[in-house]
Design a protein around this ligand. Structure first.
Ligand SMILES: *[C@@H]1O[C@H](CO)[C@@H](O)[C@H](O)[C@H]1NC(C)=O
Ligand SMILES: *[C@@H]1O[C@H](CO)[C@@H](O)[C@H](O)[C@H]1NC(C)=O
Ligand SMILES: *[C@@H]1O[C@H](CO)[C@@H](O)[C@H](O)[C@H]1NC(C)=O
Ligand SMILES: *[C@@H]1O[C@H](CO)[C@@H](O)[C@H](O)[C@H]1NC(C)=O
Ligand SMILES: *[C@@H]1O[C@H](CO)[C@@H](O)[C@H](O)[C@H]1NC(C)=O
Length: 192
């Protein structure tokens, strides 16, 4: 009996690992410098996708967050270690700064009227960069998953830039639903 079940369990494990990618349209995505990631998830809101490689040995994840946006706007992807939604979100934001260079900055949101500026997050960010092409921003980063957890609340956003800094976003539609839990081990992403 046990011997008969084992292949089935193995198969369903394999399916559960692969299905999140097959079921979505992120599998064929490619990235600059031949960056490759082991898992991906279509986030379901703002047409965003997240690709990543999780390293259990040190609890870090290499991520690539990609979303369409006008070049005059910003995109952001965040982990919220303590809550969900914007307050507590530890974000990486990509946009064209005042020198007309694509930049990736980090900022932790503690209120709804923030002055966004590059500052430290509550967890370590080993690297971050951004690019803009084909009507999309892509953020590349390596982060320490807070508390070495592998299931985390995430939130992502797209909005307006003024004077070279992100200043706000729409308060309706996808922009208030773009959050969910990301399982960095399986690639499953649940959300609204
Ligand atoms: C991915 O690429 C393969 C091979 O080119 C193609 O058959 C398939 O339709 C593509 N899938 C998506 C979701 O674009
Ligand atoms: C997402 O993609 C759909 C279909 O291509 C498009 O109609 C919609 O405007 C896009 N939304 C955003 C926020 O880019
Ligand atoms: C982080 O978690 C992984 C997976 O649960 C574990 O293998 C690893 O030892 C942990 N690393 C640290 C630094 O705690
Ligand atoms: C984490 O571990 C992976 C695989 O062992 C390694 O490639 C990567 O450089 C490490 N990252 C950091 C930030 O130490
Ligand atoms: C940000 O973190 C770095 C490295 O952990 C530290 O050297 C630096 O002082 C911190 N900056 C602020 C503003 O806290």
């Amino acid at each position: 009996m046990a011997a008969l079940m084992r292949p089935a369990i193995l198969l369903s494990l394999i399916i559960s690992l692969i299905l999140p990618c097959l079921a979505q349209n992120c599998l064929n995505d490619t990235f600059s410098n031949n960056r490759l990631y082991t898992l991906c998830s279509s986030l379901g809101r703002l047409n965003a996708t997240l690709h990543w490689t999780y390293h259990p040995s040190n609890g870090t994840a290499d991520i690539a967050y990609s979303a369409p946006q006008e070049s005059s706007g910003f995109v952001a992807w965040a982990i919220n270690p303590s809550s969900s939604g914007m307050i507590g979100a530890n974000a990486i934001l990509a946009f064209y700064d005042s020198t007309a260079a694509v930049t990736a900055i980090t900022y932790e949101f503690s209120n709804y009227t923030p002055s966004v500026r590059d500052s430290n997050l509550s967890f370590r960010v080993y690297s971050r960069e951004a690019e803009y092409s084909d009507g999309k921003y892509t953020i590349y980063a390596t982060v320490a998953l807070p508390g070495n957890r592998t299931t985390l609340n995430t939130v992502w956003q797209a909005g307006q830039v003024s004077g070279g800094v992100p200043v706000g976003h729409a308060l309706s539609g996808d922009n208030i639903k773009s959050m969910g839990s990301t399982d960095f081990l399986t690639g499953e992403s649940s959300g609204s």
